[in-house]
Design a protein around this ligand. Structure first.
Ligand SMILES: Nc1ncnc2c1ncn2[C@@H]1O[C@H](COP(=O)(O)OP(=O)(O)OP(=O)(O)O)[C@@H](O)[C@H]1O
Ligand SMILES: [Mg+2]
Length: 232
């Protein structure tokens, strides 16, 4: 992986939260790099700072100190419009659950990022259906999120996160609300889509089997990088 282009670089990240008189650093001294095509698993105990870190890396949240550089752009230097563009075109995100907009069909959900990017609805829907076929959900395209299973909803969420072919896709415990079999399917689909789109993938997980399938395992403890193991 070392020869691949670095997509994301974090240097000296720190994120403090204040509650009353106390300041807690949920993330501190975090530095890391993710390359194109690399799949990184972030593991660590509950409360260790994994979600806080992913939110900083994906531009959902701003660090108290340190920098996040995505595609050679320091996120702190982007204005709102540039940040919105970066988030829409280069960053995918999958949450543990409730990713889909309930008032849109499955195919409309997957098409939404394309439509927001300016694509004609009919073309966007066509591309969305191709993406749904890749995750084995072509037969669910016209249904509502409330009509599909949890595992199917997560597979659609992965399809939506990857549909614009972003540079990097984040998933924060995407299999956390699923049983083992559905979790495995979602995991495989995440790996497959991330690798076929050439994106980098960052997946937070409690599942050590899932983490073992990644190129790199980043262990977070007390808000810091405790270890970073690269395969191969
Ligand atoms: N918005 C917030 N305000 C105050 N404290 C917060 C906030 N978000 C996170 N924290 C604190 O920061 C620490 C890290 O939280 P975080 O959610 O990043 O952990 P995590 O590793 O994702 O845990 P889990 O595995 O349970 O999802 C925790 O102590 C948490 O209480
Ligand atoms: Mg979390």
């Amino acid at each position: 992986m070392a020869q691949e282009k670095v997509v994301l670089r974090a240097q000296g990240l720190r994120r403090e939260f204040t509650s009353g008189d106390t300041v807690v650093a949920a993330v501190k001294d975090c530095s890391l790099e993710v390359s194109a095509g690399e799949l990184v698993a972030i593991v660590g105990k509950s409360g260790s700072g994994k979600s806080t870190l992913a939110n900083l890396l994906s531009g959902l949240d701003r660090p108290t100190a340190g920098t996040v550089t995505l595609l050679d752009r320091d996120l702190a230097t982007l204005d709102d419009a540039e940040m919105a563009r970066m988030r829409a075109q280069e960053i995918g995100f999958v949450l543990q659950k409730d990713n889909l907009i309930p008032s849109l069909t499955i195919e409309e959900n997957v098409a939404a990022p394309l439509v927001m990017g300016g694509l004609k609805l009919s073309v966007a829907l066509e591309q969305a259906r191709e993406m749904l076929a890749e995750v084995g959900l072509d037969h669910r395209a016209g249904q509502w999120p409330g009509q599909v299973s949890g595992g199917e909803a997560q597979r659609a969420a992965v399809a939506r996160a990857c549909v614009v072919k972003p540079a990097i896709v984040f998933a924060d415990e995407p299999t956390g609300a699923l049983d083992e079999e559905n979790g495995k399917q979602v995991q495989e689909i995440f790996h497959k889509l991330v690798s076929t789109t050439g994106a980098a993938g960052v997946i937070i997980t409690h599942d050590l089997d899932l983490a073992a399938g990644a190129d790199t395992v980043l262990t977070i403890a007390g808000g810091s990088v405790a270890s970073m193991e690269r395969k191969g």
